[in-house]
Write a protein that binds this ligand. Structure first.
Ligand SMILES: [Zn+2]
Length: 423
């Protein structure tokens, strides 16, 4: 692979030449590595402004770059909430100064995420918000959601819903059924997700506004999304890496590292989510990267916040979940982690592009024989609340390049360009 002027100049097969020979060109030796278009995350919590002890735009995007990402969408539940064009512009400006990948703000659907009054969606879209979401809480009022979907249609954006019925999943802590019985903790039932998704896809169909379902976690939700798509309604869906690999059996130990919202589900749900990713019912993998300081997370289960890290481990986890111990379908991985989310976010002209001459040099390199043991003390994120600590993964991201700039390079394969880009 030869890179020149931020673009791919040539892609050569192993042992077939060494690039253009131009003085300003860089040739990356990718032999033995898997090369993918750099990843796009639709669902990242960067915590800045507000909770910079758990993450900042700088630390979170460094973690993203080390996970293979070129682009992340930054959720709105900061303090203050991203619910005005000024807040959207603030995040764009802050990211321009400190980020290691491209950051795209998500605007809140309702002011202060309070669920009572619509935020100025048109003005936020004009300021650069690509998507709207109250993630962390559900937009429960259907009349507000209808207004938001109509604004999304007007502005060419979309609404991402955290599907959690406040009444059905009230106080829910772990998956209903065996996990709730084993732990005695309040159940978070599948119906709490599915009832909202069923309602919302109907509203998307009626308004024509694009709806995206965040972190799908149940087999029933997969069926509803499949049905909505069969009717031609403008609905897309994402699944997290952790919901593709981990089950609710882990929550029996009540270790808060396994506390996440929606909760880890059954093995049957995990199988349905994997199948849905394979058949296109679910469009994208999104991390729901949710950093928390050790002091906030290391408490009794009920007092600890929901959420786990995701950016640094997403690619190996997805490869493991889809590869069943062998190599996954890398074309599928590229679709669900790069081209698919880029298309949903409206970034398809700059992200998720095919790797051929003339395209931006925006890619990630994966070592397929890394046997990488995840160690939370080596976390690039400012937090270390990963549920994958101690697990060994066959694959590991070793380098990421964005438009010719090296943003991560653990093996120093691309080292010469790092200096040129000043990162
Ligand atoms: Zn959420």
């Amino acid at each position: 692979m030869t890179v020149q002027g931020g673009r791919i100049a040539a892609v050569t097969a192993p042992g077939n030449g060494s690039g253009t020979g131009a003085a300003d060109a860089t040739t990356a030796d990718c032999d033995g590595l898997i090369m993918l278009p750099a990843l796009v995350d639709l669902h990242t919590h960067l915590r800045e402004p507000g909770d910079t002890a758990s993450e900042t735009i700088a630390s979170g995007t460094r973690a993203a770059a080390h996970g293979g990402y070129s682009d992340v969408l930054a959720m709105a539940n900061c303090v203050p909430v991203t619910d005005s064009p000024e807040r959207v512009r603030h995040i764009i400006e802050r990211a321009a100064r400190t980020a290691s990948c491209r950051v795209h703000p998500v605007g809140a659907v309702t002011k202060g995420l309070a669920g009572r009054e619509l935020a100025p969606l048109d003005a936020m879209a004009a300021a650069g918000a690509l998507m709207f979401s109250d993630d962390g809480v559900c937009v429960d009022d259907p009349t507000l959601l209808v207004q938001a979907l109509e604004a999304a249609r007007r502005t060419g954006t979309l609404v991402a819903q955290h599907a959690q019925c406040p009444r059905l999943a009230e106080r829910g802590q772990v998956n209903a059924g065996a996990a709730a019985h084993a732990t005695g903790l309040p159940p978070w039932p599948a119906t709490g997700e599915e009832a909202i998704v069923a309602r919302d896809v109907v509203l998307a169909g009626a308004t024509g506004g694009r709806l995206h379902i965040c972190h799908v976690s149940t087999a029933g939700t997969v069926e509803i999304v499949r049905w909505a798509k069969s009717r031609g309604w403008p609905v897309t869906a994402e699944v997290t890496p952790h919901h593709l690999l981990l089950t609710d059996l882990l929550t029996h130990d009540t270790d808060p590292l396994h506390k996440v919202n929606p909760p880890l589900r059954s093995a049957e749900d995990v199988a349905a989510l994997r199948a849905a990713l394979g058949d296109g019912t679910i469009d994208a993998v999104a991390t729901d990267h949710a950093p928390h300081t050790a002091s906030s997370k290391d408490r009794h289960w009920c007092e600890a916040p929901f959420g786990m890290l995701g950016l640094e481990t997403a690619l190996p986890v997805v490869a493991e979940a889809l590869g069943a111990g062998g190599e996954p379908d890398w074309g599928l991985v590229a679709t669900v982690m790069s081209a698919g989310p880029a298309r949903i976010a409206g970034l398809a002209d700059v992200a998720g592009r095919p790797l051929r001459a003339g395209e931006p040099a925006t890619f990630t390199l994966v070592d397929p024989r890394a046997d990488w043991r995840v160690d939370r003390t080596e976390s690039i994120s400012a937090s270390d609340n990963t549920p994958f600590h101690g697990m060994t993964f066959r694959h590991r991201v070793v380098a990421t390049m964005v438009e010719g700039c090296v943003t991560a390079d653990i093996d120093h394969r691309l080292g010469s360009r790092r200096r040129a880009c000043g990162r």
